[in-house]
Design a protein. Structure first.
Length: 277
């Protein structure tokens, strides 16, 4: 039995909101063959909807490791402390950076962030058909964002900051000693966007919890991803696979490279790895 840890956006899920039929088929066949499928995403649990619910996952790691469950039963959940959140709120305000504050139950942010998302939607989604517009990730994020100024009152476990006049590198340099930062994993947020999490919360810590639950070692783990926040997954799993649409820097860290999401990347990887025939 292998435990297959799959990233969502850009790996399993297209940013327009659909899972390719070949990927669905590959995951279902692998499960029939006795393997476990674990969704391992930066998204919050509440953001796992639409096509992502077409699969019955054996485990789920959401919030980049903040929430871990197996067979719909919670294993662990972690959040920022109030002190940590206050530091980050003050930094975002001082530097005029719009951000989405994520909890297991939903997304929160201020009115300025909501308006910024609206501008992004007008720029990136106005050409789409009504059906594709409704499914687009930016539209879904804005729809699910609760506008509030009382962010300190929420159990935040991850922050996604939107592109601003401050570069990702500047934000990283200012915060990396206290927090874990990775570049944008959701491309529509912009090239200078990124994610902030507590240093002890990563996809890798979630993977280790699930491996322990199933009494399996890293030898039985396969990690497939396309983003910088998937590199920690690659370090844990015996076998790592980068999508063909992943940045070159990510591909260089993987044991194997499959085809792109649009070109049956998951299905082809499962064939090469002997998970399905």
């Amino acid at each position: 039995m292998k435990i297959i840890f799959l990233d969502a956006d850009g790996t399993l899920l297209h940013h327009e909101g659909f899972i390719p039929q070949s990927a669905l088929q590959a995951c279902q066949l692998a499960q029939k063959n006795g393997h476990k499928i674990v969704l391992c995403t930066g998204r919050q649990k509440v953001e796992v909807y639409g096509d992502m619910l077409k699969l019955d996952y054996d485990g789920m790691i959401t919030g980049s490791g903040a929430h871990v469950e197996v067979n719909h039963h919670l294993l662990e959940e972690r959040t920022f402390s109030k002190e940590q959140l206050q530091i980050l709120l003050e930094y975002m305000h001082k530097n005029d950076i719009d951000a989405i504050f994520e909890t297991t139950e939903g997304l929160v942010g201020n009115q300025k962030t909501y308006d910024h998302l609206d501008q992004m939607i007008q720029k990136q989604c106005r050409h789409l058909s009504p059906e594709l517009f409704a499914k687009h990730g930016l539209v879904q994020v804005q729809h699910n964002l609760k506008v509030t100024d009382a962010i300190l009152e929420y159990p935040v476990n991850k922050i996604s900051f939107l592109e601003s006049d401050i570069s990702y590198q500047q934000i990283y340099d200012a915060l990396h000693r206290q927090f874990d930062l990775v570049p944008a994993t959701f491309a529509p947020f912009g090239k200078e966007s990124g994610e902030i999490s507590e240093k002890t919360i990563t996809k890798a810590t979630g993977m280790k919890s699930i491996l322990n639950y199933f009494d399996r070692s890293a030898e039985d783990a396969i990690a497939i991803g396309d983003g910088f926040n998937d590199l920690c997954m690659f370090e844990v799993a015996k076998t790592s696979v980068a999508m063909g649409n992943a940045p070159i820097e990510v591909q260089k860290k993987a044991d194997r490279i499959t085809t792109s999401l649009d070109n049956n990347g998951i299905y082809n990887a499962f064939i090469v790895l002997g998970l399905i025939e």
